[in-house]
Every structure is written in structure tokens, then in C-alpha cells.
Design a protein around this ligand. Structure first.
Ligand code: BG6
Length: 472
């Protein structure tokens, strides 16, 4: 138990949950939508396609009503770029515009604030074919898309998030299916960080444009932030953890908030002959984009140790977005022996949540909103239509307790949107790795009824929200 007098959650705390378009909607190649890179990528082994997902495209009314029943103040969802612009630029798909109009109106009808992610891992395939983020024109493509969204929805959507987990795209993009290394590339690091640079400039321009076009609009980034621990108190391990914090976390936030490259990252890029090329006007654009808050996803911390240049052990790439490979002379991944893991091998670290937000807030002093946090697990639907997911409740409760401690520490927390509002397709493990409060009756290949069921965590979260976090 805590021996601390806890501060309450703020009065207007934004309780809600998140989804992303390609993982939840379905209707991936119908209703005028163009394919995205997710629709054309090779499916992870043992998983089904994206044509149905949770069928949110057709059942959004029922889904939003269930969210309202839980008491959501906010719903974070993403807009599919290729649903609005099937070729990524130019021609507009009116049906796509209408779908999000309807979804937004449905949220507002229930007093739920829409929190819109502009880009969540789903580059239009047509733009992929034109080089995706490696093409310097990608900045303009994104600005065109942003402009269309502000024009279409800015009268009602006042909270925006730019790019979901840009840091994970940069660190493990090919694994997610969104970042490509062109064939014959001779300096991979340079290529990746040039693409990253384009995303940073695109984000900065989108933030500035939001303030110009959306009355009362607020916007922020949505990286995956988690503190990187040193494996020991060996001074070299501390240096390695600082390196990794810079390359994994601070690069993205230093850039969004201050408009400058983190110096440790810049030094690393110089060493690898990989500094990005600035187009004319980039420097200014990066300075002119200013977030109003910081959105961030948190699943677990990371631990690293010193990785000597002459170390014989080779660290290979990880298998998903929580597992990065090391870099000789810079850092080496380390399995933290103090932390349990989920059944999918992800470390669980609620206390690390608190240290992460403390650190972020002291660096940036902007309100923070959690845009993802949650537990992926196999759930079972019982004969009488129940889902007893006590493990998920425990995970979420432990993380919320740490948020409250962080609030008590003086951190300005704006909201909490765990992953995910409803079961949806995971990045690598199909739909059977479930995260939702709402259960979707389908299996990986058997679509069954697609009916919705309230999990035990649904009722638990409803009470949490109703008591503004007093009853956890
Ligand atoms: C985040 C992503 O990395 O983690 C989500 O923003 C993703 O899109 C979530 O689904 C959980 O990861 P996974 O691999 O379990 O689906």
C-alpha cells in the first residue's frame, strides 16, 4: 500500500481508449478505399487479412454506444489516409470523408471528444510505390492530407495527434511494414534517418497548420516513450542507457517541442556518416511546429548495457516493436530480471510508467496524455457470454496507480487512453492477441457472429471513470 497522500485525478481528466484504422475498421479495400501498405504487406504467419478486423466500419454506432456506456470522455481513433485519398494525393473519396464525419458526429452525440491520430502505420500503397517517406515530396503529401482533414473535420475535432510511434517506425519500421529500405542502399542508417527527418518536418508543418486552420485546435505527437534503464550502476552502462534514451525517446520529443536534433543522436549520426539532408526551409519549419501537449504510448521500459566495439556477441533484430537490436559502441539490449512478462513476452513495469512520465514532464513541461497502454492476452468467452479478464484489470489498475502517484509528484496528466477500446488486429499476432474492453466474437479465421460482449474489464473501467479514478 502507498504511504503517501495521493492527489486525485484532475477534474477534467480525459478517460477513454484507443484504436487505429487499419486494425479495427475492416472494409479495407471497399467503399472507395485505396490499399495501404498494411493491406499489401505479407501477412504475419498464422494471421488473417484486414478485410474485416472488428468490422468497426459497419458497427461504429454500436461501438461508440458501448464506449459511452463505459463513460468515455474521449475516443482516440486514427484516420486512414488511403480511405480519404485512395492514391495518397489528389482524388478524394467522398465515402471515406463521410465515414469519419459520421464517426465524429456519433462521438459528439454521446459527449465523447474525438482524439484523432493522423497517421497510424498505414501509408497509402500508391505512395509507397513512389518511395514513401524516403521521397522528399512525402512532406507535401502529408501536409495535403492534413489540410484535407482540418478542412473536413476541424470544426468538430479539436484534439489531434500527428504520427503514431514515429520512433518505432524509425527503429523497427520494416517489421511494422511501414518503412522500407530501398534496394541497393549503401548506408542504411542514413537512409532511415533521412526518412525520419521527412516525418519530423511533415509533423512540424502539420502542427503549425493545425493552429492556423483549426479554431481552438490542439495537437501533439504520439511516440512510444519508455525510460531506458542501465543494466547496472556500471558507469558505462549508464552511458549506454543515456544513448538509448536519446535515440529511442528524446530525439522525437526534443524535435517536436524544441525543434532541434538531440545532440547525442546527432553525434551518433555524424559518426555513421548519416546526418540527414535539410531541404531549404526545414530548419524554420521544425522550429515553427509547436505541440500543445504530448501524447505517448507506454507498454514497458527497456534495459540496456554497454556494448563494446570488440564484443563477440552479435545482437540480432527483435521480433516486434518492443524489441530493438543493439548497436556496437552504443548500447546492447538486456533482459531486466526484475520484471515479469506477458504471455507474449513483453515485460510489465508499472513503476517504470511513473518514472517515464516524471522524466518526460521535467524535460518538456507540457500536459501529458497516455495514448496507449494495455495488456495483450488470449481471452475466453464463456458459455454465458462473459470474459473474465482479471489479468487485464490488474495490469491497468497497477498502471493507473502509478499515474496517480505521478500526478501526486506534480506531473500534469491530461488523460488516459489505453489500448484498446475494443478487440482489434494486433501488429503481428492477429486478432487473438486481444487488448479490448469490448470483446469481438470472432477467431483468427472464423468470423463467427462478430457480436460485441462486455468483458469484466469493461465494468471495472466504467466504475473507474464514474469515480474519476477513486475506485480502482
Ligand atoms: C503499438 C501500436 O506499438 O502497440 C499499436 O501503436 C499496436 O498499433 C500496439 O497494436 C500493441 O502491439 P501489438 O503488436 O501487440 O499489436
Amino acid at each position: 500500500m502507498h504511504h503517501k497522500k495521493l492527489k486525485p485525478f484532475p477534474k477534467n481528466f480525459l478517460w477513454g481508449a484507443s484504436t487505429s484504422a487499419y486494425q479495427v475498421e475492416g472494409a479495407s479495400l471497399t467503399h472507395g478505399k485505396g490499399p495501404s501498405c498494411q493491406d499489401v504487406k505479407e501477412l504475419p504467419p498464422g494471421t488473417s487479412g484486414l478485410d474485416v478486423c472488428a468490422d468497426h466500419y459497419h458497427r461504429y454506432k454500436e461501438d461508440v454506444a458501448l464506449m459511452a456506456e463505459m463513460g468515455f470522455k474521449v475516443y482516440r481513433f486514427s484516420i486512414s489516409w488511403s480511405r480519404l485519398l485512395p492514391e495518397g494525393t489528389g482524388r478524394i473519396n467522398q465515402e471515406g470523408i463521410d465515414f469519419y464525419n459520421n464517426l465524429i458526429d456519433e462521438c459528439l452525440k454521446h459527449d465523447i471528444i474525438p482524439l484523432v491520430t493522423m497517421f497510424h502505420f498505414d501509408m497509402p500503397a500508391a505512395l509507397d510505390a513512389r518511395g514513401s517517406w524516403s521521397n522528399p515530396e512525402s512532406v507535401d503529401w502529408f501536409v495535403e492530407f492534413a489540410k484535407l482533414m482540418y478542412e473536413s473535420y476541424g470544426d468538430r475535432v479539436k484534439y489531434w495527434l500527428t504520427i503514431n510511434e514515429q520512433n518505432m517506425l524509425t527503429l523497427v519500421g520494416p517489421l511494422i511494414g511501414t518503412l522500407h529500405i530501398p534496394e541497393g542502399c549503401t548506408n542504411e542508417i542514413k537512409e532511415i534517418y533521412q526518412q525520419n527527418h521527412h516525418m519530423l518536418v511533415a509533423q512540424a508543418k502539420a502542427m503549425a497548420l493545425c493552429h492556423e486552420m483549426v479554431e481552438g485546435g490542439k495537437i501533439g505527437p504520439a511516440p512510444n516513450i519508455s525510460l531506458v534503464y542501465p543494466a547496472s550502476c556500471k558507469p558505462e552502462d549508464v552511458i549506454a542507457s543515456q544513448n538509448t534514451n536519446a535515440i529511442r525517446n528524446w530525439l522525437y520529443l526534443d524535435m517536436s517541442v524544441y525543434g532541434v536534433y538531440n545532440n547525442l543522436v546527432w553525434a551518433y549520426l555524424e559518426e555513421n556518416d548519416a546526418t540527414p539532408t535539410f531541404a531549404p526551409g526545414d530548419e524554420e519549419a521544425l522550429k515553427n511546429g509547436n505541440p500543445d501537449f504530448i501524447g505517448f504510448n507506454y507498454y514497458n521500459t527497456m534495459t540496456v548495457e554497454h556494448y563494446a566495439m570488440d564484443d563477440q556477441e552479435e545482437q540480432t533484430a527483435g521480433s516486434d516493436q518492443q524489441h530493438q537490436r543493439g548497436e556496437k559502441g552504443f548500447y546492447k539490449g538486456f533482459r531486466n530480471p526484475n520484471l515479469p512478462t506477458t504471455e507474449f513476452g513483453w515485460e510489465i513495469d508499472p513503476v517504470g510508467f511513473r518514472s517515464t512520465v516524471r522524466e518526460m514532464y521535467s524535460r518538456y513541461r507540457l500536459p501529458l496524455i497516455v495514448t496507449e497502454n494495455g495488456l495483450g492476452a488470449y481471452d475466453t468467452l464463456t458459455e454465458d457470454g462473459k470474459i473474465h479478464d482479471a489479468y487485464r484489470i490488474e495490469y491497468l489498475r497497477k498502471h493507473l496507480e502509478q499515474i496517480q502517484l505521478a500526478i501526486t509528484d506534480g506531473v500534469e496528466m491530461m488523460g488516459y487512453c489505453p489500448w484498446s477500446a475494443i478487440d482489434l488486429v494486433s501488429t503481428h499476432e492477429g486478432i487473438v492477441k486481444r487488448y479490448g474492453f469490448i470483446y469481438v466474437d470472432r477467431e483468427e479465421f472464423d468470423l463467427k457472429t462478430l457480436n460485441r460482449y462486455r468483458k469484466d474489464s469493461f465494468f471495472w473501467y466504467k466504475d473507474v471513470i464514474a469515480s474519476n479514478g477513486e475506485k480502482m
